[in-house]
Design a protein around this ligand. Sequence first.
Ligand SMILES: Cc1ncc(COP(=O)(O)O)c(C=O)c1O
Length: 495
Amino acid sequence: MTDEQSRAPYLERWLAYLAEGVVPFSTPGHKQGRGAPPEFAAAFGAGALELDIPHDGGTYDTHLPTDPLDEAERLAAALWGAHDAVFLVNGSTTGNLAALLTLSRPGQPIVVTRAMHKSLLAGLILSGARPVYVVPEVDEETGFLLDVAPEAVERALQAHPDATAVAIVSPTYTGVTSDLRRIAALCRAYGVPLFVDEAWGPHLPFHPALPPAAIPSGADLAVTSLHKLVGALTQGALLLVSGDRIDPARVRAAVAMVQTTSPAAFLYASLDATRRRLALEGESLLARTLELAARARSALGAVPGLRVVGPELVARRPGAGFDPTRLVVDVQGIGLTGLEAKRRLRRDFHVAAEMADLLSVVCLLTVGDTPETIDALVRAFAALADEACRRGERANGDPLVRLLRATGPIVAGAPQVLTPRDAFFAPTESVPLDRAVGRVAAEPITPYPPGIPVVAPGEAIRPEVVEFLRAGIAAGMRFNGASDPTLRTIRVVSA
Ligand SMILES: Cc1ncc(COP(=O)(O)O)c(C=O)c1O
C-alpha cells in the first residue's frame, strides 16, 4: 500500500481541534459536553463529547488553507479504485437517494431490482422515475433471494432502450452477490450507467476469498456502508464514482441536497481512520474474520438440527458469489421459526442476531469478532437447539417454505399503473385488505422475509397478492412500510 494511505488527514485535524483549546460559539450547542445531560455525558465519556465538533467551523474553518475532507475523500477514492468518493453521514440511505437523483429522470424508465432497500424506493419517489423492475432469482428449496441474473437485466434493457440506468443490490442481506462483471459489461454495451447498492459489501475489496466488489467489477456508481461491517461508527458510508459516464459534480450536488448540513466531524474522522486501517491491515483483519466464520460454520453445523447456509446456495448460478462472513443459520430442524429463535437468543442468552426470517437467523461476522464472541454465539445456539429439541417444539416448516417460494412469482407479475412518485402524491384512502384487489397501491408493503416489496406504490393489487399477504400474516410475517402493520387495511390511490 502506498505511503499516502498510511495518513489520516481528517482524523489528525479533528484531534488537533482539541489541542488548540478552542472556545466554541458554534454548534453543537452542548459546547463540548458542558451543556449535555450529565448522565449522558458520564455514560458517553467527557472526552468523547469534547470531540463532538462540527465540520464547518470545527475541523475546517475559513482561516485554514485546506479542507481535510477533500484529502480524506481523495484517499478513500484511491483505495476503492474509484475516481471520486463522497463521505456519507446518514448511511447508504443517503447514497441511494443521491444515486437515483443523479441517474434518473421524471417519467423515464430505470431498471431497478425489485429486491430494493426502501431508500431506493424513496429515491424513485423523489426522482419521479418509472421503475422497470428486475426480480432476483429465488432458491427453490429455501426461498432465499439469490442474485439478479444478467439475462434479466438484458431483457429489461432490450425492452426499454430509453432506460437511464441500472440499479441493483449486491450483496443481498443474506450475502449473495450478482455477476457484476457481466452486468457491467451489458450496461456498457447498452450505454447506461450501473449503480450498485453495496451497503453490505464494504469489506469485499480487501480479501481475495471474498466475492468481487462493485467498482473493480465495472460499476459506475456504488454505495457502501462502512459502519455495517468494517469498523466505522454507525451511519458512516461511502458513495463511490467511477468511469466517465457519471459527472461527479452532479453526484455531489445530489448528496448536498439530501445530506445534513451539520455533519458530525467524528463520523468523518471515523470514516478516514477506517479507510486507513483497511488500507494497512484490511487483508489480515479479514483473513481472521474469514477464519472465525469458518470455525463458526463448522461448530454450528455440528449442532443437531441446525444448518448453516453457505456457498452451495449459488453453486448453480455461474458468476454469482457468496460472502462466507454472513452466517445464515437455518433453524427449521430445531422446530422454531427464525423469528422465534432470534427472540430467544436475545432474551435467554443475551446474543443479538442481525435479523431473522421464517426459516433462519442471520448473524454478521465482522472485523470486530474474536474467538470469544464466536464461542458465545455457538454456545447460545447449541443451548437453544438443545432446549427446543427437549421441548419437542415443531414449527410446521412446509407452509413457511411454500410461502417464501411464492414471493418471486408474486412480485414478478405486478402491473405498474402509476410511477411510485405519482402514487405517493395522489389522494389516497385506506381500504380493507379484501377490498384492495384491482386498486392501485399508494404505499409499499414489504414482508420480512424475504424483504422484497410484495406491493410497491403505483402497482395494481392482484387477488394472489392479497392471498399471499393473508397467509403471511397467519405465518407470523412482519410487514414494513405499511401504515397499518396488521394489514387489516391498506392505503390505495383514491378512485
Ligand atoms: C441493501 C441495503 N441498502 C441500503 C441500506 C441502507 O443502509 P444504511 O443503514 O447504511 O443507511 C440497507 C440497510 O440495511 C440495505 O440493506
